[in-house]
Design a protein around this ligand. Structure first.
Ligand code: DGL
Length: 277
């Protein structure tokens, strides 16, 4: 381990990335982590490319200030709208030895081994769907797969407002699943292309025909990060390892702590309020 070894950074617009963090910590429990939720400015899903890029870059810079040698954008919207520009245009000038990784590629890689009939559906935020990132990435790896995409603009607000187990949630979960299946009734695999959606999993499973496989991305992202660290020993040694996790939020710390309980089992978390600019 380096003398100045540092935590892995994990970023999301809000709480959704905690579903990814949890899986990453299960795969790599010894590593230290800093999670940053831009809770004051969530949701990103309906925001423009330029704004999502600016906000995401601010978050990445902030996590770099924490020393993070690697930052995971645990947010599909940020991965879709900001990742490539940050990797290609910003990182070389900031610090070419650091890495920023997203959640879309590892998820797409998994699709090929799940679908049997090559009819795949993607459920995601408006921003991720408008970016066309999933169909483009899927076409690169599996050109024979037919992809249907459905934006679910109400799902993130339902989770962020703790309404994801209400009757209102059932209505909106069913609505978007029906709209997706109307586009292609032969779909046999559906990707949850938003890190908030695992919180709605019970409702989604209830309204999704039972023969359809649902891909939640946490395990795939976690596996891909472990694989990356295994293949890049230099990066592996730059990560500090005491099994700790700190939380940064742009909202009030108390508010973050009580909402994070939905996603995490530990209620005694170390939370600090920060400003992004
Ligand atoms: N959790 C984010 C994602 O995976 C989106 C939430 C938002 O709209 O801010 O896309």
């Amino acid at each position: 381990m380096h003398d100045c070894a540092s935590p892995i950074g994990v970023f999301d617009s809000g709480y959704g990335g905690l579903t990814i963090l949890q899986k990453i910590r299960q795969h790599e429990p010894d590593c230290d982590y800093v999670y940053l939720g831009d809770n004051a400015r969530t949701p990103y899903g309906s925001r423009s490319f330029e704004i999502v890029y600016q906000f995401t870059l601010q978050a990445v810079r902030r996590l770099f200030e924490e020393g993070c040698p690697i930052v995971i954008l645990a947010c599909n919207t940020a991965s879709a709208k900001a990742l490539r520009t940050i990797q290609q245009c910003d990182l070389p000038g900031i610090d070419p030895t650091r890495r920023v990784l997203g959640v879309i590629r590892p998820t797409v890689e998994a699709i090929g081994s799940v679908t049997r009939n090559h009819h795949v559906g993607v459920l995601a935020t408006q921003g991720t769907i408008a970016s066309n990132s999933y169909p483009l990435e899927i076409a690169k790896l599996y050109p024979h797969i037919r992809v249907s995409s459905q934006a679910c603009p109400m799902w993130v607000p339902l989770v962020e407002n703790h309404e994801h187990q209400s009757l209102g949630a059932s209505y909106f979960v069913k609505k978007y699943i029906d709209e997706l299946l109307q586009q292609d009734p032969d779909i046999d695999t559906v990707v949850l292309g938003c890190t908030h959606y695992p919180l709605l999993y019970g409702e989604i499973r209830r309204f999704m025909p039972s023969h359809i496989q649902i891909i939640a991305q946490g395990d795939y992202v976690a596996h891909s990060l472990s694989d990356y660290l295994h293949r890049h020993q230099d990066m592996h040694e730059r990560i500090s390892r005491q099994g700790s996790c700190r939380f940064l939020t742009t909202e009030q710390a108390d508010r973050f702590r009580s909402s994070a309980n939905l996603f995490l089992s530990d209620s005694t978390i170390n939370v600090e309020t920060i400003t992004l600019q």
